[in-house]
Design a protein around this ligand. Structure first.
Ligand SMILES: *[C@@H]1O[C@H](CO)[C@@H](O)[C@H](O)[C@H]1NC(C)=O
Length: 326
């Protein structure tokens, strides 16, 4: 108990959970992209994550949810009520004119995909923040992740795409994009002029440990917005876009200026290929699992749904149910 109290006093652990609301809508209408709408199911996943973590973390953690107003009741009337949380609102108007509507995966254009660009606008009182996508579950003690050291002058830490699991842990992850070439169109002069080698390892911004002081100091948000705008004008991202439209500007802005996260804290590509499974042993060791890719654990086909579903927190209204598709 004393230990817990000590922990509570000493550890400032702040967690931002993102929801890419609407990513779950099967049919996303392009014209709806900038509308301020909550995707019902997205909040399921958001809250799933929260429930899972609440059990592990108890009081040292503060959760920020973007865009979950409709589900306050859910949090307050289920076992999620134990968590400290705040719902922060993200106004998608800031994105106006910064998103090209012609993506091959329109769900990635959802405003909440870009919440991570605006962390200091949403969270004021905390210097160190963890951002998580809505398609992750945390298996380890998140204080370890929070303890990730950021080098002097670094505003964020990410997991490097060259830290991929070895071949015996997963097969058939073919077509993975692991370099800048997968995200940026190197035929464009603006991209060539950056002087970044196309074979540079990319990183995955679905899990971020960030320093808000440094972020503001380097005006990261402004820089990201600049590249979003440039992309609207010049179409700079690679058309294959394995990782989504939020990754490309981050790769440019953070190039050579980020710290790294322990690879076990970001085991990813679980949504990459419905035929590629990680070994059970490997998954047990993993601290955090990320279903990036098209095959989400709440959809079919997808893999390792059992791991996801074991954290399901039923909502009091009974609107959300598990789909046992697989
Ligand atoms: C965040 O960055 C500022 C400015 O570089 C630095 O003084 C501070 O110690 C950093 N905080 C953390 C928690 O790393």
């Amino acid at each position: 108990m004393a230990f817990l109290t000590l922990l509570f006093n000493q550890v400032l652990l702040f967690l931002l959970i993102l929801t890419l609301c609407g990513i779950l809508y099967k049919k996303v209408r392009k014209e709806a992209v900038l509308k301020h709408e909550a995707g019902k199911q997205a909040c399921v996943h958001l809250c799933l994550g929260a429930g899972e973590m609440a059990q592990r973390l108890s009081r040292g953690v503060f959760f920020f949810f973007s865009f979950c107003h409709l589900y306050r009741k859910w949090i307050e009337h289920s076992k999620l009520k134990e968590i400290n949380f705040k719902i922060v609102e993200f106004n998608p108007i800031v994105l106006k004119g910064k998103i090209r509507p012609d993506s091959s995966r329109p769900e990635l254009l959802q405003p909440l995909n870009f919440v991570r660009f605006y962390l200091p606008l949403l969270i004021h009182q905390h210097e160190k923040v963890i951002y998580l996508d809505d398609d992750v579950i945390v298996q380890g003690d998140i204080q370890e992740l929070y303890g990730t050291t950021l080098a002097l002058g670094h505003a964020a830490a990410f997991s490097d795409d060259c830290d991929l699991p070895s071949a015996q842990d997963v097969d058939r992850l073919v077509g993975l994009q692991t370099t800048y070439m997968g995200y940026l169109d190197y035929r464009k002069k603006t991209i060539k002029d950056l002087g970044i080698s196309p074979s540079t390892c990319s990183f995955n911004p679905g899990v971020i440990v960030a320093n808000m002081t440094e972020w503001k100091h380097q005006r990261i948000t402004k820089q990201l917005e600049k590249w979003m705008q440039k992309n609207v004008e010049e179409n700079l991202y690679s058309s294959s876009l394995g990782g989504g439209v939020a990754t490309s500007p981050m790769l440019i802005v953070f190039h050579g200026k980020y710290s790294t996260i322990n690879p076990l804290w970001h085991i990813r590509h679980l949504g990459w290929n419905p035929d590629a499974r990680y070994s059970e042993h490997f998954l047990q060791e993993a601290k955090l699992l990320h279903w990036n890719g098209r095959h989400k654990p709440w959809d079919f086909p997808s893999v390792h749904n059992d791991l996801w579903e074991s954290w399901f927190v039923p909502d009091p209204a009974g609107i959300f149910k598990l789909n046992h598709n697989s």
